[in-house]
Design a protein around this ligand. Sequence first.
Ligand code: ADP
Ligand code: MG
Length: 401
Amino acid sequence: MTVSTAKDYEPYESLSAETVPAYIAARPALRALIGSGAVTAVREVGDGNLNLVFVVEGGERGLVLKQALPYVRVDPTWPMTPERNGREVRALRAHNAVAPGLVPEIYDADPAWHVVAMEDLSDHRVWRGALNEGLRHEGVAADLGRYVARVGFGTSVFGLGARGHKAAVAASTNPELCEITEDLVFTEPYITHEHNRIPPANERDVAAYVGDPRVRAAIGTAKLTFMTHAEALVHGDLHTGSVLVREEPHSTRAFDVEFAFYGPVGFDLGALWGNYVLAAARAFALGDDGHAAWVLGLAGETWQAFEEEFTRLWPDRADPRVGELEPYLAKVYGDAVAVAAAKAARRVIGFSRVSDIETLPEDLRAGAVRGVLGAARLLLVEGNGPGLFERVGGVLASQNP
Ligand code: ADP
Ligand code: MG
């Protein structure tokens, strides 16, 4: 089908499971990968919100195709630039260069049809689902801390030098997808908005959270930081649904990088932390305090791995006269704490919900939501002292029967 595009884009065909084999045959890089045996199976994956994703079997390793349409997959009335696919390609290449093995390998990029072909990671599973089941994939949190450090260093002025950094900033703007984050994470939950969905049992909790002037001030500051601190080519949407994990052999991959932009390094760490809070809230609600404690311990694991890797890379920076390690790490930590709060809170107030909370039995949900909002408030108001995530755990635990 030819998709009707916004006026500033050339028309192109949207892929379907039926047309994928011919598409692959027409792309030399993909034809070579699949080989003479051709495509043996195509499966459309349905769990993403924005794009078409196909798992293609054939050849030795198969491949995955991801295509952006000029609108949001789950809501075709919501226009969205297909150029986001090219931004994902750019970020995937940059992240593969500095953090190989921690993102999908990229095989081909098609700017005309807004398709990227990448490594098939079907032998992995999405981390959020595993966490929801109470599974413990050891080492993933540290892998992700290392990933954020390698990207945070390698794509920054530290890794690229002054001119390289400026050129990369100019080439990596992502205004439309940044606007989604600005709206959904930092604005809509704090105003009256049609996207918000607040259960009656949590109306007072939400009012107390968004009505706290300290919360509003901290969120305003975090939004400004998001919009203006062009430190590194951050992932931009690093929640636990953007991570694929495999136990044997151990593997961790961050994926779905279309929100990548030059932003604060703490944004990615905070996204992880905020989603650990949501996973812990679920575990407490289900009475699995042991899993909740394990999940909250991941925050420290991610941070420690980040700090160690960043410190290890520090002597290699392009210009030793730029920056100072300890204050920079403290800045990243502070940014991450505020983002953790914003990312957790928006999932229980605003547009895009998470299965951690939504699949809880109805009678357990109000307590979990109350706990998440209490935790977010604690992070924003007193976010820097020792034992931060133990205190978050205390708040979460206190909201459950
Ligand atoms: P969207 O941008 O629409 O959210 P995603 O990149 O998140 O799309 O992909 C949607 C789903 O497709 C993922 O949740 C995952 O299940 C699957 N998927 C994406 N990339 C791969 C891959 N490289 N290998 C295997 N499965 C993948
Ligand atoms: Mg996704």
